[in-house]
Design a protein around this ligand. Structure first.
Ligand code: NAD
Length: 293
């Protein structure tokens, strides 16, 4: 029932886009990487090369695999460059209007049988699917960050997603060597429904002065055996993405327990988005991260 996937398009060349392109190319797929900003495609290719080289140094892949994977990835500054892809994964910013605009343009160039997936962290797959010409061939394929290292991928069917699309996506994820968790289409799915309220609560803990940045992160690392503190993790995810997910949870579930912390809003308004802008709950511009509060 599954369809043959050979060529994969990736829209958005940020931290998730470069990771998805990396694992798809290593998995043997041809990859076309797109972004609205041409320089992001270039820097994504450089990041992928650096990360593949690190894998070669660690002997998890061979030099030959690195070369072959890189040769499979090309960049496209316009969506027309994705016209002959069998599967296109959208991983642009977590804003519904941006994603809808992309799908609208994509549908006009993409072959009708191709599958469209979104890597959204939280937005309704059914609603995104309804903005395309192919809701039955639309699905949520939600990778975790950092993509090359994390084992899990959530698969989310919209109300109209057909069995062939689901089975094809499942096989695609298996070919990347990752495990699938199936989630129903509810705001933020499984992982972020649980993880983001915890991060938001950590930010409230900081906001209310219960602890400072270092104390909160140390408490959860040493006291709950989390590999990263929640504020460190928020910086890693991106504070804009964290805020967007909390807003989707707050609006979608209409429960005040999901209210985004005002301090999170303030950091995003300042443009302090975490690691990607060098400043968030920590300042990353020096030799080692320094708390900003
Ligand atoms: N950061 C995480 O931990 C994480 C984990 C899983 C899923 N996601 C989801 O992945 C998506 C991307 O997140 P990210 O962390 O990579 O963000 P990012 O800010 O690193 O990258 C987003 C990229 O999208 C590009 N972009 C914006 N508008 C575009 C358009 N119209 N067309 C093409 N490209 C466009 C930007 O130029 C940027 O390069 C979001 O939907 C996010 O919720 C993020």
């Amino acid at each position: 029932m599954a369809l043959a996937i050979k060529k994969v398009g990736v829209i958005g060349s940020g931290q998730m886009g470069n990771g998805i392109a990396h694992v798809a190319a290593l998995g043997g797929f041809d990859v076309v990487l797109n972004d609205i900003a041409a320089d992001r495609i270039k820097s994504a290719l450089a990041t992928i090369n650096g990360n593949l080289s690190r894998q070669v140094a660690k002997k998890t892949i061979t030099e030959e695999q690195r070369k072959q994977a890189l040769a499979r990835i090309s960049g496209a500054e316009r969506l027309e460059g994705l016209a002959d892809c069998d599967l296109v994964i959208e991983t642009a910013v977590e804003k519904e209007d941006v994603k809808r605009k992309i799908f609208n343009e994509l549908c006009s160039v993409l072959q009708p049988e191709a599958i469209i997936a979104s890597n959204t962290s939280s937005i309704s797959i059914t609603r995104l699917a309804a903005s395309t010409d192919r809701p039955e061939r639309f699905i949520g394929i939600h990778f975790m960050n950092p993509v090359p290292r994390m084992e899990l991928v959530e698969l989310i069917r919209g109300i109209a997603t057909d069995d062939a699309t689901f089975e094809t996506s499942k096989e695609f994820v298996a070919q990347l060597g990752k495990q699938v968790a199936v989630s129903e289409d509810f705001p933020a799915f499984i992982v972020n429904r649980i993880l983001l309220p915890m991060i938001n609560e950590a930010i409230y803990t900081l906001y209310e002065g219960v602890g400072n940045v270092e104390a909160i992160d140390a408490a959860m690392k040493l006291g709950a055996h989390h590999p990263m503190g929640p504020l460190e993790l928020a910086d890693f995810i991106g504070l804009d993405t964290c805020l967007s997910i909390m807003q989707v949870l707050h609006e979608g579930l209409a429960d005040s327990k999901y209210r985004p912390c005002p301090l999170l809003v303030k950091y995003v308004e300042a443009g302090w988005l975490g690691r990607k802008t060098q400043r968030g709950f920590y300042d990353y511009r020096g030799d080692k991260p320094v708390p900003t509060r």
